[in-house]
Design a protein around this ligand. Structure first.
Ligand code: NAD
Length: 336
């Protein structure tokens, strides 16, 4: 395997700066899918690990700020994503979620790259649910259900649409005025789109993605038909919740990382209520590696708890840095 500085073709002390704009130019959905699938597999085989997440209310600008970091020994990627949520940003014409990825040389600890993290967060999150759809949903899935219609939902829809031959999309969102923007994306993809009730999403969809900021269940167990795959992507913090905890007891539950699933993910509620145990949750990487069969019978319900791990950010940022360097994009500065 190439050493990190060889891959980026940098001299000692040089740093590559990759802007948001360059990230959007060089990292496509397929790059993100491949990078996230690979790192989930490495996590499950013990070759890559995430460090504990720090997330704090800083008592200024109503902001939540933190770090997600880890080391991928297989891919030789070491670094962290730093950033958080500034609710007043939208009024200033900025994205509320702000983040930057720092990549370090694992041989020397030298900073190697600074990579804009906003676009990458959206593509890596969409890649995560897509990896779950590719490995866990029924191959004959025809109807995609969307619960949520915010910023992330558009990335989710585009990525999911590439995984199965979906024929139409049904959507429910707690704020109906946001739905038409997602409908436009479906239209671009040539997929018929219909706004329905949350119960109807459950009744009609073969694959459902939840991507909201909810703090209470939006989808109930008895609304979900047999054979459905659900990717719960919105719950990434203690207290958040998108689905009925009883649904996790009914489903085969998979996740990106078990430790996060039970503490900040959708499974936190089912585990706290004693409906499932930590040992009932399988890392999706075990399915990718062939160590777990994944979906059992066609009528099983599978649920992916996508909590969002630092290694996903590092994986896509590392791809962004490599591609930017290869194409002569990005700026090189000397830190000394
Ligand atoms: P957004 O602000 O653009 O959209 C918010 C969505 O949540 C909309 O669908 C809105 O209708 C809904 N919503 C808002 N308040 C709600 C409430 N109180 N109850 C129920 N629904 C509510 O946000 P976004 O950027 O699309 O992010 C959506 C969610 O995804 C956030 O919770 C975010 O933290 C989470 N997220 C998760 C990951 C991950 O890796 N798992 C990554 C990025 C974002």
């Amino acid at each position: 395997m190439n050493k990190p500085e060889t891959r980026l073709n940098l001299e000692s002390g040089q740093i590559l700066i990759v802007s948001e704009e360059v990230c959007q130019k060089v990292v496509g959905r397929k790059d993100a899918f491949d990078a996230v699938e690979k790192v989930f597999a490495a996590m499950a085989s013990g070759d890559a690990y995430n460090f504990p997440v720090i997330r704090e209310a800083i008592g200024h600008a109503d902001a939540l700020y933190g770090f997600k970091s880890g080391f991928d020994k297989a891919g030789l990627v070491l670094g962290l994503k730093s950033g958080g949520y500034w609710p007043g940003n939208a009024a200033k014409g900025l994205t509320n979620h702000q983040s930057t990825v720092f990549l370090f040389n694992p041989d020397t600890g030298q900073l190697q790259a600074l990579v804009g993290g906003n676009y990458l967060t959206a593509v890596r999150t969409a890649a995560s649910s897509s990896v779950s759809i590719a490995h866990l949903s029924r191959k004959d899935s025809k109807v995609l259900g969307m619960i949520g219609a915010g910023h992330q939902s558009q990335f989710q829809l585009r990525a999911a649409a590439e995984q199965r031959d979906f024929e139409r999309v049904v959507c429910w969102n707690p704020h109906p005025d946001m739905i038409p923007a997602l409908g436009k994306v479906a239209e671009e993809l040539g997929l018929p789109f219909e706004a329905v009730s949350a119960e109807e999403v459950g009744a009609q969809a073969d694959v459902i993605i939840t991507i909201t900021s909810a703090f209470e269940p939006l989808l109930m167990r008895d609304w979900i038909k047999p054979g459905t795959h659900i990717a719960c992507m919105g719950t990434d913090t203690k207290g958040k919740q998108e689905v009925d905890p009883a649904l996790l007891a009914r489903a085969a539950v998979f996740t990106d990382e078990v430790a996060q699933s039970v503490s900040i993910g959708e499974a936190q509620h089912a585990v706290a209520q004693g409906l499932i145990a930590e040992g009932d949750i399988t890392p999706v990487g075990a399915v990718i590696n062939g160590d777990h069969a994944g979906r059992g019978a066609a009528e099983d319900i599978t649920l992916f708890d996508g909590t969002g791990v630092g290694l996903q950010d590092l994986a896509v940022a590392s791809v962004a840095a490599r591609l930017a360097r290869e194409r002569g994009l990005g700026e090189v500065v000397h830190l000394g």
